[in-house]
Design a protein around this ligand. Structure first.
Ligand code: FWK
Length: 482
């Protein structure tokens, strides 16, 4: 398959499908028509796209945790607890790391060990090994829509199984589930593989089943400048739309400065809508705001402060959905109770702020214009590199460092970009690498960092980046010198 941003033909799709469904025995239980018939019987209140639409119309922000354990019955108990005790509005199925690397044999070992040890020996739900019937068992045990949340470069079999299993949303994308999640998986391969996943979604839509797609907004979750993360989100949205996806949630990871975060969400909606219109895609667009994805304070009370700030920002931005963190974030996988506490704290704030929005101001306007201009610089270059083909342009953009994600493990990422916070905690570009920003944008970013340097009595330097990475965990937003 040559890479191009063009809808897969049925022949190209079915040829891949035949092979993909043999990658694990559970693939043989996937039958597209039977799956459509099952999905059409899923009640509306358990359809992810429908619930997002309702929230968007009502102007409310939904709360969704992350959660996943090795065994089906324990996973069901966990999700029921997060639904009933936590008050979650949407439910996740966080998938384990072996599944994300297509290492299903090791999942099998993890499942057996979990049974033996009577505790989860995997860091998520091994959905491919559990298969369609168990996905349906999970769906039928809860009263909320289900989504797969993972980090899978090749998610073709996973996507086939989750949707046949009645789950009506899938997170991920060819960039966002490669660059932050893999070291040596080619970007061309993951874009091709995610075109398959999006084409399958498009086929369900054409057969009358609504399926939501959610590119992974936060990327490395470490000081990613809003314009870089918005550029990735818009590209993955456009690539998905070309394959027939209709219902998209574009996302963004909280940086911490209120005006910048609200500007990022508002600009994401505006700019993505402009591109969908330009390229003739009729998309139902919603947004997801991820509570702080960087280092967390170990102290649980302080962690609740970070969680609540993320909830407040999501509400004031008017995001359709907020992804919830837990007071165990600094430790690792949360207990069921801690996970529920994160949701309850979040919903308390969402309810207190219901109907409130950050009003327009000259600062907010200026930040939106800056993010829009920076994002346009990046996307214009991507289209130019691809000679109009977005998929080809994206691969070339990463090869040349035009697109560059801070602190990404992938060897296909240039890693020349360096972000740091300005004096108000907004994330700025300290080093641009080969990112093609205009001179006035570069000067403006520099100016803001110089202002911080002056306040702190030190030079703009890499030390600022290091200080900012540890700051939130140590209790501040900006990493001031000690
Ligand atoms: C994207 C990274 C986030 O996913 C969270 N996470 C990963 N696996 C699980 C899991 N199995 N249960 C709950 N939270 C999880 C992790 O704590 C981090 O906040």
């Amino acid at each position: 398959m040559t890479l191009q941003n063009k809808r897969l033909t049925e022949e190209e799709f079915l040829k891949q499908r035949q092979e993909i469904l043999t990658h694990w025995p559970t693939g043989k239980d996937v039958d597209l028509q039977e799956a459509v018939d099952y999905l059409k019987k899923v009640p509306e209140h358990k359809n992810f796209a429908a619930k997002l639409r309702k929230a968007s119309e009502e102007g409310i922000t939904l709360a969704q945790p992350r959660a996943g354990v090795a065994l089906v019955d324990e996973h069901i108990k966990l999700l029921q607890y997060l639904q009933n005790e936590g008050g979650a509005d949407l439910l996740p199925n966080t998938i384990d790391s072996y599944t994300r690397q297509n290492r299903y044999n090791e999942c099998q070992v993890g499942i057996e060990e979990s049974i033996k040890e009577n505790r989860s020996m995997l860091n998520g739900f091994p959905v491919v090994n559990h298969g369609v019937k168990n996905c349906r068992k999970v769906l039928e045990a809860v009263e909320l829509p289900l989504q797969a949340r993972h980090g899978t470069p090749d998610a073709r079999l996973l996507t086939e199984i989750i949707h046949a299993g009645g789950w009506t949303s899938n997170e991920g994308g060819g960039i966002s589930y490669n660059i932050p999640y893999a070291k040596s998986v080619s970007l061309e391969k993951t874009i091709l593989d995610w075109q398959y996943c999006d084409r399958l979604t498009g086929m369900y839509e054409e057969m009358g089943v609504e399926i939501n797609r959610e590119p992974f907004g936060p990327l490395t979750g470490t000081l990613v400048p809003p314009s870089m993360s918005n550029a990735v989100a818009i590209i993955e949205g456009l690539l998905a739309a070309e394959q027939g996806v209709k219902n998209l949630t574009l996302g963004y990871g909280q940086c911490g400065n209120l005006v910048q975060d609200v500007a990022a969400i508002r600009t994401l909606v505006e700019q993505a809508s402009e591109y969908f219109k330009t390229y003739g895609y009729d998309i139902e667009l919603t947004t997801v705001f991820h509570q702080w994805m960087g280092g967390f304070p170990a102290d649980e009370s302080k962690a609740f402060g970070v969680i609540s700030w993320g909830a407040a920002t999501a509400a004031l931005a008017g995001a359709t959905k907020v992804i919830v963190k837990t007071p165990h974030e600094a430790m690792g996988i949360p207990t069921m109770e801690a996970n529920a506490q994160g949701i309850k704290a979040t919903k308390q704030v969402l309810n207190l702020l219901k109907g409130q929005r950050l009003t327009m101001s000259k600062e907010l306007q200026a930040e939106m214009q800056l993010i829009k201009a920076e994002t346009k610089c990046i996307l214009d270059k991507v289209f130019e590199l691809g000679k109009g083909d977005l998929a080809v342009g994206t691969v070339k953009a990463f090869e040349t460092g035009v697109m560059d994600i801070p602190f990404a493990p992938s060897k296909y990422n240039a890693g020349k970009i360096l972000p740091a916070r300005d004096n108000n905690g907004a994330v700025r570009y300290l080093e641009f690498g080969n990112i093609p920003m205009s001179k006035d944008i570069k000067d403006f970013n520099r100016q803001l960092l110089e202002a911080r340097a002056k306040t702190e009595g030190r030079d703009v330097s890499f030390q600022m980046v290091v200080d900012d990475i540890y700051a939130v965990g140590k209790g501040t937003l900006v990493g001031r010198p000690e």
